[in-house]
Design a protein around this ligand. Sequence first.
Ligand code: GLU
Length: 292
Amino acid sequence: MSQPVLRFAPSPNGHLHLGHAYSALLNAKLAQQLGGRFLVRIEDIDKARCTQTLIDEMFEDLTWLGVTCEEPVRRQSEHFEAYAEALAQLEATGLVYRAYASRAQVKAFISTYEETGRSWPRDPDGAPLYPPEEAILSPETLASLAADPNAPFALRLDMAKALKLIGAELFWQELVDLNAPAVSQKAHPELWGDVVLARKDTPTSYHLSVVLDDALQGITHVVRGQDLYHATSVHRLLQELLGLPAPTYHHHKLILDDDGRKLAKSNKSTSLRSLREQGTSAPEIRQMLGFA
Ligand code: GLU
């Protein structure tokens, strides 16, 4: 078997918190245990929110925590052409369409639909599935949007068509227990509907870039939070459509706050910086997270 390659792939749109520390430490530890490599990848496709200062501070926090990685570090914002190429590959299969309905229009459609007592399907993150556009926009509006070079749009995957093209059930290998063999999990990409692959001004999305980068970087083990468990279904589908290998996955527990909620970057009290400022040491953090 080839050498294991693991990665910690934060989006630097806020400061790292205890949840990130757990994920980084777990990836680094597993890489070491497996005799593998450990990479950090900067997921900064949202250039407006991911600033250079936040990236610098992220590395400062990781170094303080004792997490070091291989250089050079892949930074997604430097690889938009690679994502555009993958997108073009998908577009060539006729699985991608321009979606013009705005968030407000989708919302209005769904509330009207739900006023009748029915409920519109939601994805595993709780967001409503993108409705068929003809249900929201008239043919005339759609035609004029398509003809307008200034009209914003999202590029969405036609899920029904994609599933038909694949024509088989998809699975991935999940290390449910890190000390036991991986277990096969059935992917349910259909639960996500027509996912966004890119937008008019951003030639990629989280799903597309993560799948492509994991393949380009030869990632063998994707170790990330449980909150991304269901996203793996979309990732398996994209891997299949793009002819990319499927890594083994481990979705780790989430570090929760005192009220049992997932930590948020906006919650200052659990950021590594503020803990450090309050006098917590890096060994204490590691111990707190079970990496003593
Ligand atoms: N960049 C994503 C995040 O910070 C993680 C992506 C992944 O590990 O697949 O939530």
